[in-house]
Design a protein around this ligand. Structure first.
Ligand code: MG
Length: 255
C-alpha cells in the first residue's frame, strides 16, 4: 500500500513514502519506472508535507452527485460537466486558504476524491483507465460561490490562489467503491456522501477528459462533491477525510 508524499526539510522538495516506521525518502518520483528508496527514515516533526502533486492542470467535475446538484437547484448533467482550476491554486496539507475579502463574501468548501494521473494518457478507453492512474488523494475545491453565481464561467470563482488544497498523500492501492467522504469545519460535520453516489465513475470521467486533452503524469482529476457545501470564514479549520486516504486539513485566514 504505497503512500507517496512530497515533503520539505531544509532544502528543496523531495518525494517520499509513508511507512509504519516513518517517512522514507525516494530517489525518484513515483512516476518513474523504478522508485528506489533511500536508507534514511525520517521521524514525524522533522519535515513538512507539501501537496503530493505538481499538476500541469487540474480538471474538475461539476454536479457529479445528485444530492449536491439538487441543493444548488441545478439539473443533473447528461454528460460530465468539466472545468479547470489553475496549478497556481494548489496548496498542501496544513497550508492556509486565503480568503479574498473584498472580492468574495461567500467562500464554500467542496470536499472531493481526486485522481492522480501516472502516465501520459490520450483518448483512452474506460476499460484502460486504471492503467493510467497512479493513485488517489483528496482535494478541497474551494469556491467563491457569490462570484460563481454572477459569472457564467467558473474560472474566477474556482481559480483564486490557495483554492486547491490537495493531499495529504497519494495512495496507490485505493479503489473507489462505497467509501464515505466527509468534510468537517471546526470539528462539525458539514458534508457527507458515498463515492458510490457519483453520477459518472472515475473510469468514465478520465476517459472522457482524455478524449479532449492529453493528461500528463501528476495531473489531477477531481471527481465532484457531495451535498452539504457551506461557508468558510477566516479562522476556520476545514478537514476533508475519506477512509484510506487520511485527512486533508487547512486553516482559513484573511488574505
Ligand atoms: Mg467541486
Amino acid at each position: 500500500m504505497p503512500r507517496y508524499v512530497r515533503f520539505q526539510r531544509s532544502g528543496k522538495p523531495q518525494w517520499g513514502e509513508l511507512t509504519d516506521a516513518g517517512l522514507v525518502p525516494l530517489m525518484e518520483s513515483p512516476y518513474a519506472d523504478s522508485t528506489a528508496r533511500g536508507s534514511e527514515i525520517l521521524a514525524q516533526g522533522t519535515y513538512r508535507l507539501l501537496a503530493p502533486v505538481e499538476p500541469s492542470k487540474i480538471i474538475c467535475v461539476g454536479r457529479n452527485y445528485r444530492d449536491h446538484a439538487a441543493e444548488l437547484n441545478n439539473p443533473v448533467p447528461a454528460e460530465p460537466l468539466l472545468f479547470m482550476k489553475p496549478p497556481s491554486a494548489v496548496i498542501g496539507p496544513e497550508e492556509v486558504i486565503r480568503y479574498p475579502s473584498g472580492l468574495s463574501e461567500l467562500v464554500h468548501h467542496e470536499g472531493e476524491l481526486a485522481v492522480v494521473i501516472g502516465k501520459r494518457a490520450f483518448d483512452i478507453d474506460t476499460t484502460d483507465v486504471h492503467r493510467y492512474i497512479l493513485g488517489y488523494t483528496l482535494l478541497n475545491d474551494v469556491t467563491a460561490r457569490d462570484i460563481q453565481r454572477r459569472d457564467e464561467k467558473f474560472t474566477r470563482a474556482k481559480g483564486f490562489d490557495t483554492f486547491a488544497p490537495i493531499g495529504p498523500y497519494i495512495d496507490t492501492d485505493f479503489a473507489p467503491a462505497a467509501q464515505t467522504i466527509r468534510v468537517h469545519v471546526n470539528g462539525q460535520l458539514r458534508q457527507e456522501g458515498q463515492l458510490s453516489q457519483m453520477i459518472f465513475s472515475v473510469d468514465v470521467l478520465v476517459s472522457t477528459i482524455s478524449q479532449v486533452m492529453t493528461l500528463e503524469p501528476g495531473d489531477v482529476v477531481s471527481t465532484g462533491t457531495p451535498a452539504g457545501v457551506g461557508a468558510l470564514e477566516p479562522g476556520d479549520s476545514v478537514e476533508v477525510s475519506l477512509d484510506g486516504l487520511g485527512v486533508l486539513r487547512n486553516k482559513v485566514a484573511a488574505r
